[in-house]
Ligand binder design. Structure first.
Ligand code: GDP
Ligand code: IMO
Ligand code: MG
Length: 458
């Protein structure tokens, strides 16, 4: 069977930890979208692993697949594999031949476009990893796929077609001189060919490339369990998120079928677990109706760090939760849980279960609030409106919950749900009721042993 792990909010909900939690029952973990913009953390026995591309099952020695829906930067992939090997792991990663390759000029273009947009405060605040430009080339039918790295003639032909176009964009559209770029080789066909052909040889030598759909189907026919590991989250999904402040792929459950080559029935026939952070964080720009305080440079219209009760709360939660970007180190924006957002996410992906994380971070507060509904133009909304500007105008109607005292996470995790403070259980049950979905797991700390497991989706 399959279990699909989906971020229900804006990324960083603790997906990596939940993949690891249930990983014992899994044979193969497949990523279906995104690239090294992801930063998934697994903490076990005092060791912390931050994974950008290698699927999180690697910590338990499970086979990892990067599906056709992913964009793969081989520099990052091999660095990450080498680093994990140096830490004593032996990651077995297979890469779809249909997945697209992030080339150095994609990062260059990501940086240039953000720079240009920042002149009018319109930047998305991307991770700078070249994700958007790579998906653009995929849709524009001028991308280089992993399979192309295996065939010298095809690789050269593809590069000779695409590189002059990119050079023209840099020079003629943005008026920059390629020689002045930090990495002028990023637009040199010969240099790119040499480097990426070498990656192709390593893929071949280590027998890493696969036809992802066929590989996964065969695994399932042999009785193996497959987990689909979503990256990012629903509200930064290019279709269902708050466009244009989004990533360029589909983290929602539909992406798991398209991005790996199994049928929608396979994904829908399994479980889909929505990962919920007990509050909200966001890296990058865009609205956030339940935001507490703000982060200069990311929160729209926020020029100077403010003061006040909400700022103190945001600061407190950020420090308690260690809310700094896994990939970029940027401080994450913080807000209360947003139920209209979660109702939208639940509908789009059809969650069959939830994992609600970070309840330990909220412990010790006198009260905890959630945005229960929105008011927009005098009307009450229970879900997110499709227009980003309308979402920005939504006022959250807050519902207040009594806080809960600090507790020992390992003890609560081992004793089970009833050991969680009563007010925290009230909070969990409110979320379950509103979304009509049971919480399978409750995170009370970053470690594998700091999660209350109520049910396994397998
Ligand atoms: P992902 O991108 O969804 O995998 O999440 P990240 O790894 O980017 O961010 C989640 C952070 O919270 C990581 O540092 C995790 O180790 C940590 N974490 C996950 N679950 C919990 C939890 O229940 N409590 C606490 N305190 N930290 C958690
Ligand atoms: P994980 O998998 C949080 C955000 C960026 C930016 C927007 C577009 O760790 O949850 P991109 O580089 O993808 O073009 O940036 O999306 N973003 C994430 N935010 N967690 C992530 O991944 C993210 N990946 C991208 O901050 O706002
Ligand atoms: Mg992350």
């Amino acid at each position: 069977m399959t279990v699909t792990i989906v971020g229900s909010q804006l990324g960083d909900e603790g997906k990596g930890g939940i993949v690891d939690l249930y990983g014992d029952d899994v044979d193969v973990v497949a990523r279906y979208q995104g690239g090294d913009n992801a930063g998934h953390t697994v903490v076990h026995e005092g060791e912390e692993y931050k994974l950008s591309l290698v699927p999180s099952g690697a910590i338990r020695g499970k086979v990892g697949v990067l599906g056709n829906g992913c964009v793969v930067n081989p520099r990052t992939l091999f660095d990450e594999i080498d680093t994990l090997q140096n830490r004593g792991l032996d990651p077995d990663v297979r890469v779809a031949e249909r997945a697209h390759v992030i080339l150095p000029f994609h990062r260059v273009l990501d940086g240039i476009e953000e720079e240009v947009k920042s002149e009018t405060d319109d930047e998305v605040g991307t991770t700078g990893r070249g994700i958007g430009p790579t998906y653009e080339d995929k849709a524009g039918r001028r991308g280089v796929r992993v399979g192309d790295l295996l065939d010298p003639d095809v690789l050269r032909e593809r590069l000779e077609y695409v590189v002059p176009q990119k050079r023209a964009v840099v020079e003629d559209v943005y008026g920059l001189d390629v020689a002045d770029l930090d990495d002028p080789d990023a637009l040199d066909v010969d240099a790119l060919y040499e480097e990426f052909r070498e990656f192709g040889r390593r893929f071949e030598a280590e027998e890493m490339t696969v036809n992802a759909g066929a590989f996964l189907t065969e695994a399932m026919e042999n009785g193996q369990n497959v987990m689909f590991e979503g990256a990012q989250g629903t509200i930064i999904d290019i279709d269902h998120g708050n466009y244009p402040y989004v990533t360029s792929s589909n983290p929602t459950a539909g992406g798991a079928a398209v991005g790996t080559g199994v049928s929608p029935g396979v994904v829908g026939g399994g479980e889909v677990v929505g990962i919920v952070k007990g509050y909200l964080t966001r890296v990058g720009s865009g609205p956030l109706p339940t935001e507490l305080g703000g982060v200069v440079g990311d929160t729209p219209g926020y020029d100077e760090q403010g003061e006040g009760e909400n700022e103190d709360l945001a600061h407190y939660i950020r420090e308690e939760g260690g809310e700094y970007g896994t990939v970029t180190g940027r401080p994450r924006r913080v807000g209360w849980l947003d139920m209209p957002m979660l109702r939208h996410a639940t509908r789009v992906s059809g969650f069959t279960g939830l994992a609600i994380n970070h309840l330990d971070v909220l412990a010790g507060l006198d009260e905890v609030k959630v945005g229960h509904t929105y008011t927009l133009d005098g009307e009450e909304l229970r879900s997110m409106p499709p227009r980003t500007e309308q979402w920005a105008d939504c006022e959250a109607n807050l519902r207040r919950f009594e806080g809960w005292a600090e507790f020992d996470p390992a003890t609560v995790a081992s004793e089970g749900y009833e050991a969680l403070p009563e007010n925290a259980r009230t909070y969990v049950e409110y979320i379950e009721d509103e979304l009509d979905t049971p919480a399978y797991a409750i995170g009370v700390g970053p470690g594998r042993g700091e999660t209350i497991v109520r049910e396994s989706p397998f």
